[in-house]
Write a protein that binds this ligand. Structure first.
Ligand code: NAI
Length: 338
């Protein structure tokens, strides 16, 4: 039998947790031939809910689910993990600003960064979903440094990427499979820059660039960007809860591609520690277009893309926000006596 992969989901009693665990357990993420040992972490107050999720997973009778355990302490959660989905955090409620969230969440990710360093495999790959995702990933990477390389930490902007694909498909009357190479630059927040300059759309058998396919530059530089940037807020307004089904699906897409590699000729958006590409300050966890090599499971930032002045302005704004978040988080970490 192929050795099982040990996969941690934090916040597993929450709403994204409920949608994500089935996809990891049923082979959607790691393949139908790959057994998975699933570890579910949440806070002790959620013990009964976690137990209910474990029972439901057992009842799914999944051939790929080698084992599933529910835990409420970091040592049991992080020991020996191959992949960690860090979802658990305080979610943003209607009217709440991201900065209110930051102070509460930095503490969690400082502690989990240390726990990853102490207990997880040095090869562990981490996706941070809990908001503010980019900055939480930056903090977790900082406190795991020396044991786990920063390149193994990422934050999720795949939901924004998928939203951009969907809006482009809807506008051009095509389907998702016809649209590729949108880019989300920067932060998973309303300053993100959804960029279609390098995207293509296949319609009636022929492929063209997104600007030609849409034929409406005002839309692409206006309503399209605003819709993608603000989609999370609109979902909260409608559901009174933040995106869960789509967020879980996006996290699974992100890890699936990290594990299996991206398709030839396609890139995906992933927030990763900057290596200085495109002038983004080193170490900032910034969403870039990346390709992933299937054999090495290493991501590479797509190089050589050109920006016009419009794009430069958008990228500067999201960079500034991330630098401010980083500085606030570092200060909160000094204050967080853990
Ligand atoms: P939720 O409130 O339903 O679930 C969060 C769970 O995390 C709760 O069960 C809570 O007890 C648990 N939790 C809190 N602190 C924890 C800790 N220290 N260790 C382990 N578990 C802990 O929230 P939901 O809707 O599942 O969202 C989770 C996070 O994902 C939020 O921060 C939300 O803002 C974020 N999110 C990120 C998206 C992205 O695109 N990056 C998209 C949608 C949501």
């Amino acid at each position: 039998m192929t050795a099982p992969l040990r996969v941690l989901v934090t916040g597993a009693a929450g709403q994204i947790g409920y949608s994500i665990v089935i996809r990891i357990a049923d082979g959607t993420v790691f393949g139908k031939e790959q057994p998975v040992e699933l570890v579910l972490l949440d806070v002790p107050q959620c013990t009964a809910i976690l137990e209910g999720v474990v029972f439901e997973l057992q009842d799914c009778a999944l051939p790929t689910l080698y084992s599933v355990v529910a835990v409420t302490d970091e040592k049991s959660a992080f020991t020996g993990v191959d992949y960690a989905f860090l979802v658990g955090a305080m979610p943003r409620r209607e009217g709440m600003e991201r900065k209110d969230l930051l102070a509460a969440n930095v503490k969690i990710f400082k502690s989990q960064g240390k726990a990853l360093a102490e207990y997880a495999k040095p090869t562990t790959k981490v996706i941070v979903v809990g908001n503010p995702a980019n900055t939480n990933a930056f903090i977790a990477a900082k406190y795991a440094a020396g044991k786990i390389p920063a390149k193994n930490f990422s934050a999720m902007t795949r939901l924004d990427h998928n939203r951009a694909l969907a809006q482009l498909a809807l506008k051009t009357g095509t389907t998702i499979g016809d649209v590729k190479n949108v880019i989300i630059w920067g932060n998973h927040s309303s300053t993100q820059f959804p960029d279609v300059t390098h995207a293509t759309v296949k319609k009636n058998g022929s492929e063209s660039d997104a600007y030609s396919a849409v034929g409406d530059n005002d839309f692409l530089q206006g309503a399209f960007i605003a819709t993608v940037q603000k989609r999370g807020g609109v979902i909260i307004e409608k559901r009174k809860l933040s995106s869960a089904m789509s967020a879980a699906k996006a996290a699974c897409d992100h890890i699936h591609d990290w594990h299996f590699g991206t398709k030839a000729g396609e890139f995906v958006s992933m927030a990763v520690p900057s290596d200085g590409s495109y002038g983004i300050p080193q170490g900032l966890v910034f969403s870039f277009p990346v390709t992933i090599d299937a054999a090495s499971r290493e991501w590479k930032i797509v190089q050589g893309l050109n920006f016009d002045d419009f794009a430069k302005g958008k990228i500067a704004a999201t960079t500034k926000e991330l630098e401010e978040e980083r500085d606030d988080a570092l200060k909160a970490c000094d204050d967080a006596n853990i």
